[in-house]
Each structure stands twice: as structure tokens, then as C-alpha cells.
Design a protein around this ligand. Sequence first.
Ligand SMILES: Cc1cc2nc3c(=O)[nH]c(=O)nc-3n(C[C@H](O)[C@H](O)[C@H](O)COP(=O)(O)OP(=O)(O)OC[C@H]3O[C@@H](n4cnc5c(N)ncnc54)[C@H](O)[C@@H]3O)c2cc1C
Length: 285
Amino acid sequence: MEYLRPSTWDEALGAKAAHPDAVPIAGGTDVMVELNFDRRRPSALLDLSRLHEITEWGPDGVVLRVGAGVTYRRIIDELGGSLPGLAMAARTVGSPQIRNRGTVGGNLGSASPAGDAHPPLLAAGARVEVASVRGTRRIPVAEFFAGPKRSALAPDELIAAFLVPPAAGAQQFAKVGTRNAMVIAVCSFALALDPVNRTAGTGIGSAGPTPLRAPDAESFASELPWESRDPLPDSAVARFGELVAAAARPIDDVRGSAAYRRHALSVLGGRTLRWAWEEYRCAST
Ligand SMILES: Cc1cc2nc3c(=O)[nH]c(=O)nc-3n(C[C@H](O)[C@H](O)[C@H](O)COP(=O)(O)OP(=O)(O)OC[C@H]3O[C@@H](n4cnc5c(N)ncnc54)[C@H](O)[C@@H]3O)c2cc1C
């Protein structure tokens, strides 16, 4: 197996163009599992760990541009204030060792329906910046996921960064699993309130062939009592949860049945809405 180790981003793009079959490796927390279990035998590995360009984050106009190589640990420590939903999800990923190595770029690269970074990125309306020697594209994250473990990335492209607006209001993330960490989610849900535009963004994980939004729940959220900031009636919370569950396309598998996933999502949808709404109401007083 060839081992390619570029030291600049441009060299990495050149290497990917010359070796489109080379498998990029960032933190290696997915790639090394696949190699160890002999699920994958690539002709070459493209090591991204020396590229300081993808470990940086900062403002890009009105949004934040976060390099693909920023780890979960740094999302929690450095971006918890501006991207609270993503930081909440990052806190649930694996163990401290996995959070120290694993990157959001790697989560996107794997494109697993169960990737924990995906629901908050969907809820926040993020875009994924991908690049090749041919140029750069910014893809809405909902269009980035093409199927189970498949993405819109072309063979010669690498993920450079993701772009996401700083939180405009309360954000939440909740996940169901057999224990708190070191498990693949049975299902997960992220919510991002935008009190200025009176909208809510949503993201569902592990309950469909790709991470999904819940568009009907998002439309329903525009009818909430944004002006009065009244407590939400139980009926509104339950309806929001039902609409989240209805947007899922789960299957039965070893981690849970489709029916259980739908039920759990209705609970997570309602629960996260209540938490986020309370934060919105308290922010007014
Ligand atoms: C014990 C354990 C627990 C885990 N727990 C969780 C969990 O709770 N939640 C969760 O979501 N995941 C979990 N994971 C999976 C994994 O940690 C995450 O998916 C992580 O985000 C992968 O990031 P990485 O940098 O290690 O990616 P890598 O393993 O380096 O790469 C992952 C994939 O992305 C591609 N890739 C990486 N960077 C780029 C790039 N810049 N451009 C193009 N392609 C790229 C690689 O080629 C590969 O296909 C766990 C893994 C382990 C081993």
C-alpha cells in the first residue's frame, strides 16, 4: 500500500488528482477500523495530518468556516459558544481518545447516516466546502449526503471545510443509544431555533438512508408563539414530535426497530423543542 504524505493543501489536492483511489486519512478513527477488520484494502492512503490549512477556523463573511481537520475536542473547547448544537453532539462522540483524534471532516467523509455531527449541521443549514485541482464547490449539507455512506464528493475531491452560521438562538441535540458513549446512535435529533426569522432548523440521524431534515416540523415551528414567548402547549410539543417522527425513514436493524426509532424521535423532537423554547423564553427576561 502506498503512503502519501503531503505537507500542504495544494500538494494534497495534486496527490488526490494523481491518485483518485487513494483513501484520505484524517484522525483515522473510521479508516483504521476498516483496515483492521480488512473491510478495505486501498491501493494508497493519503495522510492529511500535516495540513495545517484544514485545522483552522474563523469568520468567512457572516458565517464560520471550520476546517475539515478540526477535532471534536476543539469544537467543544473553542466553538461551544457559537455552535452549541454541534458542540453538544461532539460531546456524545465516542470516548475522550476518539474526540481528540476524530474530525467533523472525517464524519462527513464517512457519510454514515448515524454520524453525530450531521444532524446539527443540517439543523444549522451548513454547507460543505470541497476542493480539487479543478476548483472549489460549496454544497448544502442536505445535498452532500447521497445515500448510506455515500456523498457528493468526486474521486479527485477532498473536504476542505464546512461553513455554518453562528447560532442565532437556542440549539439542542439529543441521541438515543444503549449507553452514553461508545455506541452508534439508535437515532438522534438536532434543533436550531432562529428567533429573528422565527424558524427552526432540524436534523435527524440514524433513522434513514441519509441524515434527514424534517421539513413539516420546520414549517409547523413558524406557527409557534414567537411574539408572546408563551409557554408551549403540550399539544404543540406533541405535534412537533409527531412531524419529526413522520419525516424519518428508519429500518429495523440490530440497534432498534423502525417503530422504536419513530417513537424515540417523537420524544426527542418534543423534548428538544421544550428545552430550546425555555431557553428562548428565558433569554427575553
Ligand atoms: C470507538 C469509536 C467510537 C466512535 N463513536 C462515534 C460516535 O459516537 N459518533 C460518531 O458520529 N462517530 C463515532 N465514531 C466514528 C468516527 O470517530 C467518526 O466518524 C469521526 O468523525 C471520523 O473522523 P476521523 O478524522 O477519524 O476520520 P477518518 O477515519 O480519518 O476518515 C473517515 C472517512 O472520511 C474520509 N476523510 C477524512 N477526511 C477527509 C477529507 N478532508 N476529505 C475527504 N475525505 C476525508 C476518509 O477517507 C474516510 O473515508 C467512533 C469510532 C470509534 C472507533
